[in-house]
Design a protein around this ligand. Sequence first.
Ligand SMILES: C[S@@+](CC[C@H](N)C(=O)[O-])C[C@H]1O[C@@H](n2cnc3c(N)ncnc32)[C@H](O)[C@@H]1O
Length: 282
Amino acid sequence: MGSEQAGTAAKQTATYTYGHTPAVVAVHAARSATREAAFFLPHLQPGMRLLDVGCGPGTITVGLAAAVAPAEVVGVDVAESVLEQGRSLAREEHVPNVRFQQGSALTLPFEADSFDAVFSHTLLEHVADPAAVLREARRVLRPGGVIGVRDCDWESGIFWPADPDLDLAAQLYARVWAHNGGHPTCGRRLRALLQESGFRRVATSASFRWDGSQDGSASGSRAFGELLAHRLLLPNLAGPIVESGWADDATLRRVSGSCARWSQHPDALCAMTMVEAVGWSD
Ligand SMILES: C[S@@+](CC[C@H](N)C(=O)[O-])C[C@H]1O[C@@H](n2cnc3c(N)ncnc32)[C@H](O)[C@@H]1O
């Protein structure tokens, strides 16, 4: 049984595997609309009211606000703790047309037909029922509105130099993620999910993340290795791994050390497919 199936059988309600530790939120806060929402920007125009669901610390949300100004952008996340970062960023960058509101993607605190566009980046892969989130997004979208979603396909990860401990770390990570009710290979299901949620016209594309080549350094790959090393030892990951007998404490510490060493290798390179989908509500 694949990790996805095991997870689906195990849980109906997802636990957010990443958590909101400063190291995790810092990775999300390094994201931007120009990179992570590049596939969606051509579908936006000034004056479109937009909702960003599962917006996290809001760096993408604030970038989207520039694309649709003067219309309002609302960032929603279930975790109030990350929203304050988005509010601070909007103040620092003098972006007046964005606000952040606590709320659940499953019961959005908005009326039907109240947005022209909905965006969601790496949220669906963390919820137990991604189609329910998409149906709720469709409810708040006006007829003819557009949705853009982007999620990873964890099993598409490639790593160099080869290291069996890094492979094991990635497998253990996906196992906990699925055990928590999430979907590590959500990316490949995006067209199906959008269609089953009532978006009849769906366009898909794919890009990559983590490869650090854009700035001429291995920074993205380094961040991946460091984050994996860090996360594996956190109680929300180490707990289920050890309790389920997937690895013992000593193995986890060794694997985490290998990930940290790998992240410092001058040749370190890792890339992972991100699937992108745009759907229209009609
Ligand atoms: C991987 S982060 C992505 C954050 C942001 N979209 C980005 O790409 O930087 C997923 C976010 O979804 C939020 N989240 C998880 N489950 C949620 C739910 N049911 N409703 C709303 N937000 C949720 C988490 O709190 C977290 O901030």
